[in-house]
Design a protein around this ligand. Structure first.
Ligand code: ARG
Length: 595
């Protein structure tokens, strides 16, 4: 490699150490090399560390050979191919091989980043379908869907940045027996629905009304059942009524997506109606369905334990299970995707485990060639530690939540007197950047598996790992070049005249931190965990602060007149900004020039 090549340092070193291990110990040549960045507290232990020696010593021991790990580490060190990345290797401690990065390589890689912009590390390209957000028509889009929307959007952005072919799919709950009563109720309330959009103000209330009638009125119930049949057979008037109802929800959902800058393609459960018929046929023909009290069920695997999927109900209707079996088949066989990611709350873990198993059992999914992940996540809790609800105990309306965020962020900007300094447009941009940024970031900065407490006070804090801290830090970093009086508008030009030098210890530390970006991106993509990227942003900002406190970028005299501009250091500021900008783009944070 040379510094022009965009690589993950960890992966590169793992390749080198795999070669070293295979050369030193051919009998263990299949050992996967393990390299990890060293936490920054221990700079004397190098920057990256290979810790395979301990594992190999164990293997030797099992084979009856006593080999101390340090001896093995020394052998690995000896056989490691040379690389422009490596300044030196050292054996340390119980048997670690420590890697010290080469400065010239770092200078080259950072100059390259400044000249060409932040480019993704190379990874094998996949076709990936991400099933996220997926609220239900006529029901409230709740905080669980908000989490799915935020996490799914960021995973999409990450995998798109890595140049995968990504399909973002909104598996809308737009099909099912509830539409029978909704259509019947629509016919009564708005008989003119064929010619004009029904003025339904509150679809949830409309849903409740129709449910009440369904429960109380036999005549209505019959008609509702009939409407399910006419809808599923594609009768035009029922289809029209169904579309009118879906449009009401659609407009609501879309306004949330627009506010949060979320792009997603709708492909709801209804899309699979004909495919549900054929998947049932397919499963039946393969003798995978069993009769159980009038239902047709499918066991996820041959052990026939756990909870079976209900594929056909006793009334002949289909279920959530049926639609997911049809969907996974369509995705693999027709969309020809390599990887499907379902971003859905942990409450549905059992469902997805069963679907994945059943897909394997029926031969739809070959785990050797396809990857499926249920990207699950925990609950959003209120400040009382209980499930997030309004004071009156209702589910929180997402548009109200976003409005509240806007109000709180404006209060904060006013408290800081920013309304006196910024133009109305700048103030509005800052308000949205902070409000939506803090809601997204709070969700993403925790390990998604855990529950988290929703608190505007906490998320608007300007200290610690928060969106507000990062957004302010970024704006400050960008202003350094702008206020230097020198021209940094064309970085290629600057780099033609000035080099990056990494003499000061803090300059070197910042450089090494920035070069971890690709390691982090690959790690996030592997485990589909974004909090690593948030932690990285925070680390970049704190390491930058250490650098800035110790290294003059601009020297001024007492009157504030600029005496000297350190171009190398301002280039480091620009590199920091570029790295943060890319991370923000993935996390959905929109930085502003003035805040
Ligand atoms: N509509 C479902 C819900 O609100 C989520 C759908 C998730 N995607 C899927 N393929 N099942 O719970």
């Amino acid at each position: 490699v040379n510094s022009d090549e965009i690589i993950s340092i960890t992966e590169h070193l793992e390749k080198l150490f795999a070669i070293a291990i295979a050369k030193a110990y051919p009998q263990y040549s299949d050992t996967a090399a393990v390299v990890a960045p060293v936490g920054n507290a221990s700079a004397k232990f190098g920057d990256y560390q290979c810790n395979n020696a301990m594992g190999l010593a164990k293997k030797f021991k099992e084979a009856g050979i006593n080999k101390p790990p340090r001896e093995i580490a020394t052998e690995i060190q000896k056989h490691c191919p040379s690389s422009p990345l490596i300044d030196k290797l050292e054996v340390a401690g119980a048997g670690f091989v420590n890697v010290f990065l080469n400065k010239d390589y770092a200078v080259g890689a950072l100059s390259n980043l400044l000249r060409k912009g932040v480019k993704p590390p190379r990874v094998p390209k996949k076709r990936i379908l991400i099933d996220f957000s997926s609220p239900n028509i006529a029901k409230q889009m709740h905080v669980g869907h908000l989490r799915s929307t935020i996490i799914g959007e960021s995973i999409s952005r990450l995998l798109e940045f890595l140049e995968h072919d990504v399909l973002r799919i909104n598996h809308l709950g737009d099909w099912g027996t509830q539409f029978g009563m909704l259509i019947a109720h629509l016919e009564d309330c708005f008989p003119n629905f064929l010619n004009e959009s029904p003025p339904i103000g509150d679809l949830q209330a409309f849903y409740k009304e129709s449910k009440k009638r369904f429960d109380e009125d036999e005549e209505f119930k019959k008609r509702a059942y009939n409407r399910v049949v006419t809808l599923q057979s594609g009768e035009p008037n029922s289809i029209k009524a169904w579309q009118q109802i879906c449009d009401v929800s659609r407009i609501e959902f879309q306004s949330i997506y627009d506010r949060l800058d979320v792009k997603i393609t709708e492909r709801g459960e209804s899309f699979y109606q004909s495919r549900m018929l054929s998947v049932v046929e397919f499963l039946r023909n393969n003798n995978l369905l069993e009769l159980d009290e009038g239902r047709e069920i499918m066991w996820p695997d041959d052990t026939k334990t756990g909870i079976p999927l209900t594929i056909v109900k006793s009334d002949g209707g289909f279920t959530y299970d049926t639609s997911d079996m049809a969907a996974i088949r369509h995705r693999i066989e027709e969309e020809k995707v390599d990887w499907i990611i379902y971003v859905v709350d942990s409450g549905q873990s059992t469902h997805f485990k069963a679907i994945f198993k059943a897909a394997k059992r029926s031969g739809i999914l070959d785990p050797d060639s396809h990857r499926v992940d249920h990207v699950n996540f925990g609950l959003v809790l209120g400040e009382d530690g209980k499930k997030f609800k309004t004071r009156s105990g209702d589910t929180v309306k997402l548009s109200d939540l976003l409005d509240e965020g806007l109000k709180r962020s404006m209060d904060q900007l006013r408290e800081r007197g920013r309304d006196q300094v910024l133009s109305p447009e700048e103030l509005r941009a800052a308000q949205e950047s902070v409000a939506y940024g803090c809601i997204k970031y709070t969700d993403l900065c925790h390990n998604r598996i855990s529950d988290y407490v929703f608190s505007f006070d906490k998320m608007l804090e300007d200290r610690g790992n928060t969106a507000v801290y990062l957004l302010y830090a970024y704006t400050r970093i960008c202003s350094i070049a702008r206020n230097s009086g020198a021209d940094f508008s064309d970085l290629n030009k600057v780099l033609d005249t000035f080099n990056i030098t990494l003499e000061h210890e803090k300059e070197w530390k910042l450089a090494k931190t920035l070069l971890k970006l690709n390691d982090i991106l690959i790690k996030c993509a592997k485990d589909l965990l974004l909090h690593f990227l948030c932690e990285f942003c925070y680390e970049v900002c704190t390491v930058f602060t250490e650098f800035y406190d110790n290294c003059y970028c601009i020297e001024k005299d007492k009157s504030g007149k600029i005496l000297k501009v350190n171009h190398s250091r301002i280039l480091m500021c620009e590199a920091t900004a570029a790295v943060l900008r890319q991370c923000f783009a993935i996390l959905g944070l929109k930085p502003v020039n003035k805040i």
